[in-house]
Write a protein that binds this ligand. Structure first.
Ligand code: FES
Length: 76
């Protein structure tokens, strides 16, 4: 990659999402979230930052146990 980047000491978490940006930051208004939403925490979703279930494939291949952050609107 670019010459100014530090040499990697650890494997990358983010393999493919917004790699041209120095940092991946997502902002979402609470009002735009419906009754429930699932945010990806495995960094492999094709719908990032939303979960598309790709974590299941990763978990099977890597013997890992990652999963989404589920937000649900409280009743009442
Ligand atoms: Fe990444 Fe589900 S696809 S947590």
């Amino acid at each position: 990659l670019g010459g100014s980047r530090k040499k990697n000491a650890l494997p990358k978490v983010n393999q493919s999402i917004m790699k041209e940006d120095p940092k991946v930051v997502t902002q979402m208004d609470i009002e735009d979230i419906g009754e429930k939403i699932a945010f990806c925490r495995c960094w492999r979703s094709k719908k990032f930052p939303l979960c598309d279930g790709t974590h299941n494939k990763h978990n099977a291949e890597a013997n890992d146990n990652v999963g989404p952050l589920l937000l649900r609107r409280a009743e009442g």
